[in-house]
Design a protein around this ligand. Structure first.
Ligand code: ZN
Length: 280
């Protein structure tokens, strides 16, 4: 599933091709993509408008069109945006034709990807207010802010990190990697992190996401860049997908467990398991 670094990688590649271009035609063969808005209505709102900017919030792409018309695109599990791919590429859900003849296609075998419309800056803000927390790459994510968000929460820190309403954009891969860097066990209750651990985790989230972006994202499952090239962050994983291999820091065998319902990789020497208090 694409996470923030994968989405940001795609955004950086697409932005120079999209920004300043007019969206001439929008075809949506799969109406589920934009439901409950119908494909014709969405086309009417967007066609003929210039794309002023392609930005990102969490794992959402924001197509910023003229007159504060915003298209919010989410890749979900298997969605991808391909520029000028072969016209018979399978699983095409949406086709954007630009005024310079280039064609962007949203392909998605599992069809969970979405496109949603926001009219006006207020609608855009309202859309994200209920869905996304702080943007991890900006100045907002500090140890103190993380501690304030986690205060009183008994959920494991891994579940806390995956909840987009706290921090936007962190998914399974980057949560495992950040927790390892911060030497925090994924099952530790979020509200029990110390000041030092919160500071370490805030930094680890930022370092991990930045490293992911530098590597062009991770290529596992179906992730591809708009030009079909793959990212390489999977070659730099410290613990994720490394079950049975020695920890790079201490040599202990990396194990796989379930946390927050997800396959989770951990070195239990570097990331000590929280002590369970037994009832008498
Ligand atoms: Zn270790």
């Amino acid at each position: 599933m694409p996470e923030l670094p994968e989405v940001e990688t795609i955004r950086r590649q697409l932005a120079p091709h999209l920004e300043g271009r007019v969206l001439e035609r929008l075809e949506i063969p799969d109406a589920r993509w934009c439901a409950p808005v119908g494909p014709a209505d969405l086309g009417e709102a967007l066609q003929g408008r210039r794309i002023e900017r392609l930005s990102r919030r969490g794992k959402y792409f924001i197509f910023e069109l003229e007159d504060e018309v915003f298209l919010l695109v989410h890749l979900r599990m298997t969605g991808t945006l391909l520029l000028d791919c072969a016209p018979d590429t399978p699983y095409q859900r949406v086709i954007f034709t630009l005024d310079d003849g280039h064609v962007l296609r949203f392909c998605d075998p599992r069809r969970f990807g979405t496109g949603e419309l926001a009219l006006g800056a207020e609608a855009l803000e309202a859309f994200f207010a209920g869905r996304l927390g702080i943007e991890p790459l900006g100045p907002e994510l500090t140890g103190a802010r993380l501690r304030a968000l986690a205060r009183g929460r008994r959920a494991p820190i891994k579940a806390f990190l995956l909840d987009q309403r706290h921090i936007a954009g962190v998914g399974n891969i980057y949560a495992d990697e950040a927790l390892f860097r911060a030497r925090i066990h994924p099952l530790r209750p979020a509200g029990k992190l110390t000041v030092t651990q919160c500071a370490a985790l805030a930094e680890a989230v930022q370092v991990t996401l930045a490293a992911g972006i530098d590597a062009g994202g991770s290529t596992i499952d179906d992730f591809r860049h708009p030009d079909g090239v793959s990212g390489s962050f999977q070659n730099e994983f410290l613990v994720h997908l490394r079950r049975g291999e020695p920890c790079h820091t201490c040599g202990t065998t990396v194990i796989k467990m379930v946390a927050a319902g997800r396959g989770t990789y951990v070195c239990e020497s570097c990331q000590p398991r929280p002590r369970v208090r037994r009832r008498p």
